[in-house]
Every structure is written in C-alpha cells, then in structure tokens.
Design a protein around this ligand. Structure first.
Ligand code: ZN
Ligand code: ZN
Ligand code: ZN
Length: 368
C-alpha cells in the first residue's frame, strides 16, 4: 500500500513541478511511511525526490523505532554533533522547487531556507491533500471501525450508562474519553461536553459547570484508532441527549436539525459539489428561521487527521469522488439558551452515500 502511495505522490509532484518533498512531524509522514516522528527539537525529515531514492533523516536515538522499508526509503541517522539541516540540504542538492510538510516547525524551515537560499517553497498539502482525501478500501474500513467504536460510546450515552446530572462537564468528558479507549481507540483527540447554555458555543471547552436535570447536553467526541498499515484513522461524532423531556422550542429545533442533517447526508452523492451538501443543510435550517444560528460550515474531511480535505463549505466546488470521507454536522445555537449539533462521518461511494456512524440520530431522552 505504501509503495502505491509513494507512486501517487511522485506522480502528483511531477504534475505540479515539485522536485523534492520534505516531510517532518505531522500526518503526511506516517501516512506515507508508517513511521510517526516524535515532535522533538531534533529534526526528523523524509526527503523524497521526484525521481530518486527517498531518505529518512532521523536522530540516531530514534532510528530503532523506524520499521525500515528499504524498497521505499533508506535511513540516514544523524549523531548528536551532526548538523541535520546540512544533511537535508545536501540531499536536496540543487533542486529548486521544494514542498515542505504543513506542520514542519518554523525553526527547521527557517534554517533550511538559510541553507537553500535559491529554492522556492510550497506546502506539501498541495501534493498530498488531494491524494489523502480519496481513501482506498482499507482506509474506509479503518474509518468505519473507528466510527463504529465511537458509535458504541454514543449508544452508552443514549442508554443512560454515562451519568450526567451532578457531574461536571469535565468529568463526563474524561469518562467519554476513557470509553473511546476502551472501545478500541489508541488516542483520544477531543471530547466536548457542553450542557445547557454552554452548548451554544460550538467548540466549548468542558469545564467545572455541573450538569443539571432538564438540560440538553451536547457531546462531540473522537479519537484515533491504530490501523494495520502503521497509521491511525480518526472518529468524530456528535450526539445530544435531553435529561428529561425537552421544551417544545428545543424539540422543534431538533426536528429541523435532524431533517437538515439527513438531507445533507442523502445529497452527498458522487459528483455533487461539496458546497452543495452544505447548501442542502443550510437551506432547510434557514427556511425554518434558524439560518443565522448555524454559523459554521457543514463538515470537514477526515482520515489520519481529524480535519482535512475535502471541506464541506460554500465556495468548495470540488465534486465528491468515491473514497471521499467527511463529516456532515449542522448545528443550531441559541446564545445564552441551548445548542445542538448532529454529526456523522460519511463516505462517498458509487452506490450512494455511505454513513459510517449508525448511532441513534434522535434527541434521546435520558434520566441523567
Ligand atoms: Zn468541530
Ligand atoms: Zn465532531
Ligand atoms: Zn467534526
């Protein structure tokens, strides 16, 4: 699989006129090699010439962690007194057009630019983004496994198995995170728990606020699950529960939200522009009078990163292709009152939209 990714990356580099790709910390490196660089002050950098052998420049003390793939790249360990920037610059040689990983630290890039003054620089995501956005069957399977693990935690929430009333948002957030790990994730990326008026802030930071009976609680959580290819794929789901019967105003808004979310999922067919999926959800919410209260895009791509291409947002005319995987997550937020969001991960497929999350989409009433 990695050999295929290297081939696709080199083809994209050739097409875009990129001579060398330079990858350090961030998701591109594990996606391509199965090796994730530790975020250290010591430089790790994969040097991929468009038409030569790739080299992984790595601190010698990290080298034992690298699973070597001699057919894909060779190792160039450096010692504590070496200058790794000079080693990378030497490998780049006279190449002029360099694409550098988006999350490469500025301290390394600035030094590289100092030693390669005549090079031109672009973002590696120009090369890797469109390739990573289109998942192969193994990647969709990995995303489905992560989504189903998150579904099981959502089902526990909806079954009332996660105590809410009398606990703080932060306590429930920790509980949800532990359950994500228990269900097979190796890392928790986030667990937003927002009660009552706090749910009106889409990315609320769970705090010391104690959850009370009668409130709607928004839970948006996800993690990364290790995949057989050495990478990991992300989950991301949002479900809201009502502790006791919700007020009519909330129930009415939720009915609109559910309709908008399901219609947007159904609209996510191959060939449909990403922005049209956003427009479908937004139209329904706007026609019901909640338009200004849906202030964020409808979704984002997901893969080895929680947020990646393609973005489901006005202005993105990219047509959905088989293998695109993304969230569909409209929300309605009333400042000072309540908030709600409903989120599934969906894969575009020739047979039609393939929702990877299957947890109950209703505003489930729990005892608390
Ligand atoms: Zn978000
Ligand atoms: Zn989410
Ligand atoms: Zn999301």
């Amino acid at each position: 699989m990695s050999a295929d990714r290297f081939a696709r990356v080199r083809a994209a580099m050739a097409e875009q006129g990129t001579d060398v790709l330079l990858l350090s910390v961030g998701p591109d490196l594990p996606w391509l090699t199965g090796y994730e660089a530790m975020p250290l002050e010591r430089l790790t950098m994969l040097v991929v010439p468009v038409d030569g052998d790739a080299t992984l420049v790595v601190p010698r003390l990290e080298a034992p962690r690298v699973v070597e793939k001699p057919d894909l790249f060779s190792l160039r360990p450096w010692d504590e007194t070496d200058d790794p920037i000079a080693i990378v610059a030497g490998l780049v040689g006279g190449a002029g057009s360099l694409a550098v990983g988006d999350k490469t630290w500025a301290r390394f890039l600035v030094d590289l630019q100092g030693q390669l003054p005549s090079a031109t620089w672009t973002k590696a995501s120009d090369v890797t983004g469109p390739i990573r956005a289109v998942k192969d069957a193994a990647e969709i399977a990995a995303l489905r496994a992560a989504s189903h693990a998150a579904d099981r935690v959502a089902a526990q929430l909806q079954a009332g198995a996660i105590a809410l009333v009398g606990r703080t948002e932060a306590e429930v957030s920790t509980d949800i995170g532990n359950r994500l790990v228990a269900e097979g994730h190796h890392r928790v990326n986030f667990a937003i728990v927002a009660a009552g008026e706090n749910a009106a802030s889409p990315h609320h930071e769970p705090g010391h606020r104690v959850i009370r009976a009668g409130e709607v609680v928004l839970c948006d959580f996800g993690g990364t699950m290790a995949a057989p290819d050495g990478t990991g794929y992300c989950s991301d789901i949002t479900r809201c529960v009502s502790i006791g019967q919700p007020p009519a105003e909330v129930a009415d808004a939720y009915a609109v939200l559910l309709e908008a979310q399901q219609a947007a999922v159904a609209a996510a067919t191959v060939g449909t522009p990403c922005e049209e999926v956003d427009a479908v959800a937004r139209r329904i919410i706007t026609e019901a009078g909640y338009g200004p209260r849906f202030m964020h895009r409808t979704g984002h791509g997901i893969g080895v990163e929680e947020h990646e291409d393609p973005y489901v947002v006005a202005g993105n005319a990219t047509p959905l292709a088989p293998g695109h995987a993304f969230s569909v997550e409209p929300g309605i937020y009333t400042a000072g009152g309540w908030g709600m969001r409903l989120e599934d991960i969906v894969a575009a497929a020739d047979a039609g939209p393939d929702p990877l999350n299957l947890a109950d989409h209703a505003l489930v009433v729990v005892d608390g």
